[in-house]
Unconditional design. Sequence first.
Length: 285
Amino acid sequence: MKHTENIAFLGPQGSYSHIASEQYANTRQLNNIGEYSCQNFSDIIKLVTTKQAKYGILPIENSTSGAIHEVYNLLQNTILFLIGEIHIPIIHCILTIPNASFKEIKKIYSHPEPFQQCNEFFKNFPKLDFIFCKSSADAMEKVSKLKNPSFAALGNENSGKYLYGLQVIKKNIANKKNNTTRFIILGNKKITINKNTPAKTTLILSTDHPSNISIEEISHILNQYNIKIHHIKPQSIKNNTNEQKIFIDMQANLYQQYVQEAVKKLRNITHSLKILGCYPISIQE
């Protein structure tokens, strides 16, 4: 019998993380996959670290609200490897129990991230109360069970309809209509890919704080090798005011010689450099 390979994600079935995990499994043609539904990001990392799950899916940045800082903080000390990514279109909807109307709504349930991504819409309705939940799917589940026409959830249309029996009363209300979240996939072992595969490489650099190395200096080194920077982000370290981390996502395959030379130059100007992973680029949906 083939061993089940578990994948850990945030929220119950129907969360965007769950959708991302299913899509990743389908894209990579992963078979015999089990699922671990988690209540927070730390639990996802713990399950993969202890090998209870082979894969962990984490949202890391959104095209509207930017970086998800909690995930970056967790990545600072992880022993896991970044082995993939996937981009998911995010279409936020307001959902209620059947026959409720928008004018009845007094409370809206969701994860903090969707609220942030839709804050321009909600500025027009200052009397609404926002209730934070563990995930958007958790919010939809609560609204479905509470059966109160004055309660609504901010979440995914298909999950709301088919998993929780809710109706959509406002659709695609994010600040940006082409709203996308990038999810990363973590694993216990790094992957090896062909050097000609279009790839990203993710690094964590440790520097002084305030840094004696500028973002411009790092960018200059990578530009010398014609390496495109997808994302570069300084991140403070909790309880350590003398050091900071700099996260770099670069569109480059680590198994190419010129990329290794660029990484070596970066290593020479920092306290330490950790390679989180080199993985195939996701085709945006």
